[in-house]
Ligand binder design. Sequence first.
Ligand SMILES: [Fe+2]
Ligand SMILES: [Fe+2]
Length: 323
Amino acid sequence: MGTVAEEDKFREINIEFLAKGGDEAFDIFYKTDNFGEDKFVKFASTERKHQEKVMRLLEEGTDQEFYIHESDLFKYYKYATNSLRAVMANPDIPIKEKTEKIYEVSKGVMKEFFENNTSEKILETSEEVMEMMEECMTTAEAGFHGIAEITSKDYYTYTHSVNVGLYCMTFGVKSKMSKGDIKQLSLGGMLHDVGKSKIDHALINKDGKLTEEEFKKMQSHATEGGGILTGMNCFAGNVVRMAAEHHEKFKGGGYPIGKVGNEIHLFARICKVMDVYDALTTRRSYKKALSAFDTLIIMKKQMAHDFDPDLLQNFIRLMGPDL
Ligand SMILES: [Fe+2]
Ligand SMILES: [Fe+2]
C-alpha cells in the first residue's frame, strides 16, 4: 500500500472532542515516520477501558497529532457534538471559547465534505452545530462584530460556507426573525455552496480568467447544490432555494434562471448579500481582503443591482455600530 493511499484513509482529529464520549467505539492513531513513509499506529480506542488513556492525555495536554480512520468520521463528529454540548452547558467556559470550538467543528464538517469527498450524510451534523452557535450568539447578544472575530479570513470553500452560515444567522437574529426561520436561514447559508463539491478543485482554485466552458461549470454549482439538498430529503424547501438561487440578481441577469426581485426567495436574497460580503472580506491567493467599510461601499455603489436594496440597507444598518 502506498503512502498516499494510506494517508488518504486517516483524518486528523482534535482529541479534546472525545472527552464526552459517544455510543460507538473507534480507534485512535498517531503518526510515525517509517523509513520516509507515514505509518499510523494505534494509540487507543474510545472504548471505556481506553477512555482513561485519552482523558489523561487531555489533562496533561499534548502537542501530538491524532488521527482516526475515515470510516469513523461520522462517529467522531457525533462525539464532537456531544462534547460541544458539554462545553455549552459549562458556565465556566467563556462564550468566546464556546463559539470558537463550535466554529472549529463546523469547519471540520464542511472541510471533510468539500476536500475529502466524504459522503453528504456528514452535512446532517451542520444542523446541530448551527443550533448551538445560535444559542451562544443569543446568550452573548453577539452581533456581526463578534462573528467577524471568529471567522477565518482566508478563503476556502469550507470556511466561506461556515462564515456565510454565521452571517445569515446573525442577520436573522438581529432582524428578529422567528426561531424556525433563523435555523433554516443559517443552515441554508452554511450549505449554499454544497454544489461546488461536484466541481474539480483545480477549477475552484483557478485564479486566472475562466474559459466559457469553465464558467458554465462553475455556475452549475447552484443547480447542483439544490439537487444535493433536495436529494437528502431532510432539508426544508427554504434551505434548498438558498443553494439554488443565491446567484440570482435582484435586477436580473443572474444565474441559473435569471429570476428578478421577489421571484428570488427572500432567504436566497439574504444569502446573496452575506455571500458577497464574505467573499470580499476574505483573502485569496490572488486578492487581498477588503475592510468591512470598503466592502459595503462596493456592494452599495458598484453592485447595487445585484441585491435587494432593502436587505442591503438593513445589513449596513445592522453592521453600522461595529464598523
Ligand atoms: Fe455560490
Ligand atoms: Fe458562496
